[in-house]
Each structure stands twice: as C-alpha cells, then as structure tokens.
Design a protein around this ligand. Structure first.
Ligand code: DC
Length: 224
C-alpha cells in the first residue's frame, strides 16, 4: 500500500457521512448505499478490525509500529454487492464487542495506522461509494460530491447503542462518553466546511434518508 493512493482520482459519486458514535451514521449510510446502488464502506469497521487483530495477537494497542504492521497485513475489499470484506470475509460480530471498543480509539490514534487505512478507504471508494467515518469529508474524500455530518444528543446516542447491542449495560453511557473524548483527541470531530449538518435526535431514519437523497440529486443535477 502506497501513501500515494490517497491521491487517487475520484471516478464515481462519493457521499461522505461523518459524525460521532451513535449519531445515526450506519443507519443512514447503509440505506443510502442501497438506494443509490453504491458500495457501503464503514471505515469504523476497518479500525475495529485492526483493534481485534491486536487483541488476538497480544499486540499492545499503543505500540504504533506493531499495530501498523497488523493494519498492513489485513486485506480490505468489496464483494459483488459492494459490501466490505475483511480478509475476504464479512466483518465478524467480534468487531462490535466492548473489548474492541475499549482499545479502538488508541489503535486509531497512530498516524501510521491512519495513513494505511485512509489509503485503503480511498482505493475502495474512488469508483463511487457511500463512505462512513469521522474524517471522510475532511481527509479521505475532501472531494466528495456530498458531505453529511450527523449529530445527536448524548442521551439519544446512548439509547441507540443500547438498542443496537440489545444491552442494558449501565456502563454503555460511560463507555460511549469515554470513547468520544478519546476519539476527539485523534480527530477533532469538526465537520468539513462544505458539510451539511443534520441533527438526528428527533428524526425518523426515513426522513433523514429523504433529506440526504435530495442533496445527492441536487449534486448530480449540478454536475450534469
Ligand atoms: O464508527 P465506529 O464507532 O465503528 O468507529 C470505531 C472507532 O474507529 C471509533 O472509536 C473511532 C475510529 N474511527 C476513526 O478514527 N476514523 C474513522 N474514519 C472511523 C472510525
């Protein structure tokens, strides 16, 4: 993987969806990708896969060199339906465990690791994709056709994580808050200047999808 990949010219429609954990990124990105028949690239899963590999191999999350090596060893691709494959397989459920979440922010903080994964994200998305993460509109696809930055109130974000995980674990709220503040040190969660800000707190997923589809139509009309 060469760092030059980050400069690969974009050839298809790219929608960047950024925001903090629990803001509704995956819900939106998944349905948007299906609607637009574009690949869906969840970049959080890529960072999570490096964290999971570090746990498996007993690599310390703060050992930048070793973690970078793990990141380079993993292979990322898309299947025929445009879903992310990690080492040729669909993302494992182990990627969403609290063990992974406890270290993923530390793993994601190393600039070496970020540059490996960002290049992979660019490579996977250049032909057109809906790409979800934290730094997609700012760093990976500053040239995205549409940029969306989602936010939601903290209580709502915790409630969504609970539903998603089917867990009443009281530590979820603390975990989310802890990860937010660790994440913020890696990527100051600042929207790109040209991102559309959408607060999803009191919104139906369908309404948010419709709003973003309108943005995509407008961008396409502008291009045509
Ligand atoms: O979106 P998520 O919660 O699955 O992301 C997992 C972790 O990966 C999150 O703690 C921050 C990090 N991440 C990142 O640093 N940059 C991205 N583009 C996506 C995720």
């Amino acid at each position: 993987v060469s760092e030059d990949v980050a400069r690969l010219p974009k050839k298809g429609l790219v929608v960047a969806i950024d925001g903090p954990a629990g803001a509704g990124k995956s819900t939106l990105a998944r349905s948007l990708a299906a609607e637009l028949q574009l690949p869906y690239i969840n970049t959080g899963l890529m960072y999570r896969s490096v964290a999971a590999r570090a746990l498996e191999r007993g690599v310390a999350p703060d050992d930048a060199g070793s973690v970078e090596r793990l990141a380079r060893e993993l292979s990322f691709s898309l299947d025929d339906g445009g879903s992310l494959l990690i080492d040729g397989a669909p993302p494992a459920s182990a990627l969403t465990t609290s063990e992974v979440e406890r270290i993923v922010s530390v793993v994601a903080r190393h600039p070496e690791v970020r540059s490996v994964l960002r290049a992979e994200q660019r490579r996977l998305g250049v032909a057109g994709a809906v790409v979800e993460g934290r730094d997609i509109g700012t760093v990976v696809f500053p040239d995205a056709d549409v940029k969306v930055f989602l936010r939601a109130e903290a209580d709502e974000r915790v409630a969504r994580r609970r539903l998603e995980r089917g867990s009443a674990d009281p530590s979820l709220a603390d975990d989310l808050e802890r990860r937010d503040s660790l994440d913020a040190r890696t990527n100051p969660l600042v929207p790109a200047p040209d991102a559309h800000l959408i607060d999803t707190t009191d919104r139906d997923p369908e309404a948010v999808l419709a709003e973003v589809l309108d943005l995509v139509r407008a961008a396409r009309a502008h291009e045509a």
